[in-house]
Write a protein that binds this ligand. Structure first.
Ligand code: SF4
Length: 204
């Protein structure tokens, strides 16, 4: 089956990447609709139902990304929702044809499609990622709310490649998450602390 020429889109916007290894850089975001992973702490629950969001033509999305790049965006972030619920081949191909660097944010529960330049994998304890995504990801970002999240983080990290960037990110306004993350990073040199700076700054 050939990849679709449209995808369900919640929103597009040009802002700063607020979290992860590329935090603080200018980026164009494409937020795709649909997610069946069901994290209780999810801050984009409005993205879950596919039927609430229109399908948009991929060429038109790429044109928006080109315009954002002209205005300073260093790369395009494909986020969600869970983007890999969809076949991303055509989207990443078209973005690449336009010279756009693409970053994918995923929970890793589906097979990888497309050819993103950077993969941020944020694995979930209740719905673990596929092994191929763990081995392929450039950045592993584990959300921390409680002690068991740290052992899960180490279990996930043990399956990544040697160059993968490891980030512990406290759940939003989780005091336990902050304390546990800071203490773990202080004692484990391979890990870095990640923060959702866009939320602290009130950015999109
Ligand atoms: S995978 Fe992402 S979009 Fe889906 S429920 Fe979890 S946090 Fe929300």
């Amino acid at each position: 089956m050939s990849p679709p020429d449209s995808l369900p889109v919640v929103e597009t916007f040009h802002s700063l990447q607020g979290e992860g290894h590329h935090c603080g850089r200018s980026a164009f975001f494409i937020r795709l609709a649909g997610c069946k992973v069901g994290c209780t702490w999810c801050d984009t629950k409005h993205s879950w139902p596919l039927e609430n969001h229109p399908r948009r033509n991929i060429d038109a999305l790429a044109q928006e990304a080109v315009e954002a790049a002209r205005n300073g965006a260093a790369f395009t972030v494909i986020t969600g929702g869970e983007p890999l619920h969809h076949d991303l081949s055509r989207l990443t191909d078209v973005l690449a044809e336009h010279g756009n660097e693409t970053h994918l944010e995923t929970s890793g529960v589906d097979r990888l499609s497309g050819s993103p330049d950077w993969i941020t994998l944020s694995p979930k304890r209740h719905c673990p990622p596929r092994r191929e995504l763990l081995q392929r990801c450039d950045e592993l970002k584990v959300i921390v709310h409680e002690l068991d999240d740290l052992s899960f983080a180490e279990e996930m990290a043990s399956q990544t490649s040697p160059g993968t960037v490891l980030l512990l990110q406290p759940g939003w306004q989780s005091e336990d998450g902050q304390r546990l993350s800071i203490e773990h990073v202080r004692c484990q040199r391979r890990w870095k602390l990640g923060l959702q700076t866009h939320k602290w700054l009130g950015l999109r």
